[in-house]
Design a protein around this ligand. Structure first.
Ligand SMILES: [Zn+2]
Ligand SMILES: [Zn+2]
Length: 273
């Protein structure tokens, strides 16, 4: 089984715990073909006026890049190495020109392999936390979140992967938290069709639990979506978690390959053995 992991965090992220060197070591030990580190860029909070219950530091991309380069050089100098290490960021979306310009500037400055476009905040609040759901019905909160994702797809800066659709279920206070295709079919179709039109990849993310859920992934396939990316969203070196079960599910649906990116160019590996 060829393993790839396109969404992971190192200790350059405020909530990451493992160095780039140790991430690469873990990936080599587990025989990964490709690992991309994608540390947080929270310009939604820094420039977008969005709020989270805690104020954490944003990634220092220059020191992340220098550190990553050293690890990459060491890998390139080792003839036994078979791991391709990618340099990436997770760019958290917020509405507005200022955030878009700042991302544009950053993304043109560094030779990123993968830029992950993610939505954490909707209506100005980080949907990871319960406080974002105060006085909102499920229909309203989830609708707001999905509308934000739809807008995020049309940003002017370059990105490759659309992250973790369903991220908000973690903190949602409802008895039935699931983001179901049938409940939000129109909005989800709008998102999936646009991802396909723009030729971006839909991510299957495994932070805490799998997002999006199978019904949404099946609908993506049904609509013609074939670019599918795996991301553990590891923050503690827990790379490629549930990789086998995710791969089996994707094969059942009909997918035959994973996409991963090198300098924003898509590369493919077969799913499964
Ligand atoms: Zn995220
Ligand atoms: Zn992440």
């Amino acid at each position: 089984m060829i393993k790839v992991d396109c969404h992971t965090h190192t200790n350059h992220s405020h909530d990451g715990h493992v160095s780039v060197a140790d991430m690469a070591k873990l990936a080599r030990e587990q025989g990964l073909h490709y690992l991309c580190t994608t540390d947080h860029c929270d310009y939604d909070l820094v420039y977008g006026g969005c709020r989270a219950p805690f104020r954490w530091g944003d990634t220092d991309v220059e020191s992340y890049w220098q550190d990553w380069k050293n690890v990459k050089q060491a890998l390139d100098g080792d003839k036994t190495n078979t791991l391709t290490l990618g340099f990436g960021i997770e760019a958290a979306y917020a509405d507005g020109d200022v955030v878009a310009e700042k991302y544009q500037e950053l993304i043109s400055k560094y030779p990123f392999d993968t830029v992950i476009n993610s939505v954490h905040c909707a209506g100005g609040k980080d949907m990871y936390f319960k406080s974002a759901f105060l006085f909102k019905s499920k229909k309203k909160a989830y609708g707001l979140y999905l509308d934000t994702i739809r807008r995020s797809l049309d940003v002017p800066y370059q990105y490759d992967v659309v992250a973790h659709i369903g991220y908000l279920t973690h903190g949602a206070p409802y008895r039935d938290k699931a983001l179901r295709y049938v409940e939000f079919a129109d909005k989800i179709d709008g998102i999936l069709k646009r991802i396909i039109e723009l030729d971006k990849a839909l991510e299957v993310n495994f932070h805490h639990e799998m997002n999006p859920k199978r019904d949404i992934i099946e609908r993506y396939y049904e609509l013609g979506g074939r670019k599918i990316s795996y991301g553990s969203d590891a923050h503690r070196g827990d790379i490629c978690k549930e990789f086998e079960s995710v791969s089996n599910m994707l094969k059942e649906i009909g997918f035959t390959e994973y996409v991963y990116y090198v300098k924003h160019e898509p590369h493919y590996v077969p799913i499964g053995d």
